[in-house]
Design a protein around this ligand. Sequence first.
Ligand SMILES: *Cc1c(COP(=O)(O)O)cnc(C)c1O
Length: 406
Amino acid sequence: MLIPFSPPYIDQRMIDEVVDTLRSGWITTGPKTKKFERELADYCGNQATLAVNSNTFGMEIVLRWFGIREGDEVIIPVYTYCATANVIVHCGATPVMVDVCPTDLNISIENIRKAITSRTKAIIPVDLGGLPIDYDELFSLVQSKEVRTLFSSITKEQELLGRILILSDSAHSIGAEYKGRKTGSLADISVFSFHAVKNLTTAEGGAIALNLPLPFDNEKVYQYLCALTLHGQDKDALAKTKKGAWRYDVITSGYKGNMTDIMASLGLIGLEHYEDEVLKIRKHIFDQYSAALIKYAWAELPVYETPDKKSSYHLYCLRIKGISEKQRDDIIQRIFDRDVSVNVHYQPLPLLTAFKDEKHPIEDYPVAYDSYCREITLPVWYGLTDEMIDQVIDAVVQSVEEVIGF
Ligand SMILES: *Cc1c(COP(=O)(O)O)cnc(C)c1O
């Protein structure tokens, strides 16, 4: 039987909670979504959290709230999912891609420094695989006098912040820690994904964790973003059902991207068991893989714990030393032939048609390209048994050694 790569974890408690919502008479944004938002903010330690229909939508409305538009530049890692770049393009701005660090595949702060110009309005780092980036270093950079002087504000929000916005693409990293603090409380704003393959899922879904510094009032920003996710209405559907409260205003031409109570039902139960069950099991799987693979000279293991950081153990990104892209593809085929599903994270953006750019060819990103060529992501999910872990390890070891000739 084929071991899948990342099936969702759905148990009876989740099914019961969804059924409870279906029977309750209220299925769209309502009490369960609001409860999920409060519990997310409590878990992450940030000031206010807004649940939305995806990470992609969440990042896009944050960029729009901040006034990102044509002529602006937003710095992102070249080694990420296309969503990180797409949201910038949707706003008419330019994604400026930079290369990553060879050790942990996270965005290089030094490369960010070199890419900052007077047009830079935001940086979207990605906690790749679940490992937080160096947030202190990134904040020192954007708060430095040199970089602040370059920043020019056009909107009220940009003026209030007075510097480049740090919007974390935390699609992988809910529950991860940096210097004892959880993601969601590390950047100005962080956006989670609850897509079906992510650690915590609502089928589709996401959340915007607000942690803006003074003089911002995060509660007010939350209220405004709430409206922005509902056509700009100043009242949601539930508020309008209160006796006599039918009248509403539309404060801006908003978007539509709210979370439903059906989705939040999955999230509420998932979150209850996240820290003590899901993260523990994911860490156990990572530890088993590393303990077995460290014996092989060809294995370059992912970094998922450092003195300052703890991953959320989302992606186990293994690299094989000294192989070509073609050999990697051959190894992957042989692993599948042994009934184990694996994946590649990521194809650097310039390899994809939508992001090909003559001025910035793939040769400009040697670390990302080299890592991509040698990378294989192993399956990690709640329910993967020790026997299956052994099957994965055997399949990887045998396939690699057949191809590189041991
Ligand atoms: C999954 C993912 C996204 C998109 O999340 P959605 O909730 O599907 O919009 C964005 N960035 C990264 C790095 C991702 O892995």
